[in-house]
Design a protein around this ligand. Structure first.
Ligand code: C2E
Ligand code: MG
Ligand code: MG
Ligand code: MG
Length: 292
């Protein structure tokens, strides 16, 4: 977009823009091939009960096993997939893989396991979503309460009324709904009050700056109190240090996620974690090998 008026720099911008466009086109082709060839893999990050209950919940986080560049994180490919609409295809694969995985875990763990799946803007509004979820649950003999859908305030706020209807449909199908990245948007109380959600996930940015006596501590305390008063579960994202954990426990946050416990791991590694408390895991198991 940048147009240069400096003499002699015109070609620099042209070249940059050309290179960007080329990168874009190549990436899109590679993403399409990746979808066809099954290069996208779902990893699972533990969602931990801070009172040390058994681990039975995960968040599904997709990675791209790129043939040349190794394991790529969503930041490298999701924005483009969202832009082009390819994310709908990706999301369908994620739902299929997650349902198969939950079913496979039953061979090694006999209590119900829940997986949270992220929905991007396009996926949330896509007409076929609920039917696709339902048919994959049925195909794998799973109850709907095995799946949680995560949606951000930003997505909901684009069409608040319609979102309410859609979410009611999801709830009627038995699915759970969580608000992701809570606090990073700008809706808050209204969102919590009007939408049929069961939990909110406090955005990582709040947790990261949690220090004993710090300002964020009171903010997080208020979010937890508000969520709890509305009957919601509150989940803290991005817990990295024992100090953050201590503050979260102190303000009454019951559930958390973060590198302090584990990163996202493969489905088979996740099977080894099922049923353990994170304290027990830290004592008995070496840190996971393939974790990103
Ligand atoms: P999110 O849903 O908010 O997921 C949490 C992100 O924080 C993940 O990044 C996770 O790896 C990272 N994280 C977890 N604990 C910590 C921590 O202690 N410290 C730090 N620094 N980071 C932590 P990831 O996997 O790169 O995913 C980024 C975003 O991409 C997700 O944010 C989600 O919005 C999106 N995403 C991931 N998988 C999918 C998917 O299958 N479908 C869709 N539509 N979006 C996805
Ligand atoms: Mg999420
Ligand atoms: Mg989040
Ligand atoms: Mg996010």
């Amino acid at each position: 977009h940048a147009k240069s008026h400096e003499p002699g720099t015109q070609s620099y911008f042209d070249e940059t823009m050309h290179a960007e466009a080329l990168h874009h086109v190549r990436l899109q082709g590679a993403v399409q091939d990746g979808l066809d060839l099954g290069q996208f893999e779902v990893y699972y990050q533990p969602i931990v009960l801070l009172d040390e209950g058994p681990l039975e919940r995960f968040e599904a986080l997709v990675r791209w096993n790129h043939p040349e560049r190794g394991v790529l994180l969503p930041g490298e490919f999701l924005p483009l997939m969202e832009e082009t609409g390819l994310v709908v295809r990706l999301g369908r694969q994620v739902i299929e893989d997650v349902c198969r995985q939950i079913s496979a875990w039953r061979a090694v763990y006999d209590r119900p396991v829940n997986v949270s799946v992220n929905l991007s803007d396009r996926e949330f509004w896509h007409a076929g979503l609920v039917d696709h979820v339902r048919s994959n649950l049925a195909k794998n003999g799973l109850d709907a309460c095995c799946l949680t859908l995560e949606v951000t305030e930003g997505v909901i706020m684009r069409r608040p009324e319609l979102a309410q209807q859609l979410m009611s449909r999801m709830r009627a199908a038995g699915l759970r709904l969580h608000i992701d990245d809570f606090g990073a948007g700008h809706s808050s109380l209204q969102t919590l009050h009007r939408y049929p959600v069961e939990a909110l996930k406090i955005d990582r940015s709040f947790v990261q700056e949690l220090a004993a006596g710090g300002q964020n501590r009171e903010l997080v305390r208020a979010i937890v109190a508000m969520g709890t008063a509305l009957g919601l579960e509150v989940i803290a994202e991005g817990i990295e240090t024992p100090e953050q954990l201590a503050v979260l426990r102190e303000v009454g946050c019951g559930v958390g996620q973060g590198y302090l416990f584990d990163r996202a791991v493969t489905g088979s590694r996740a099977a080894e974690l099922l049923g353990h408390s994170f304290e027990a895991l830290a004592r008995t198991l070496p840190t996971a090998a393939p974790a990103v």
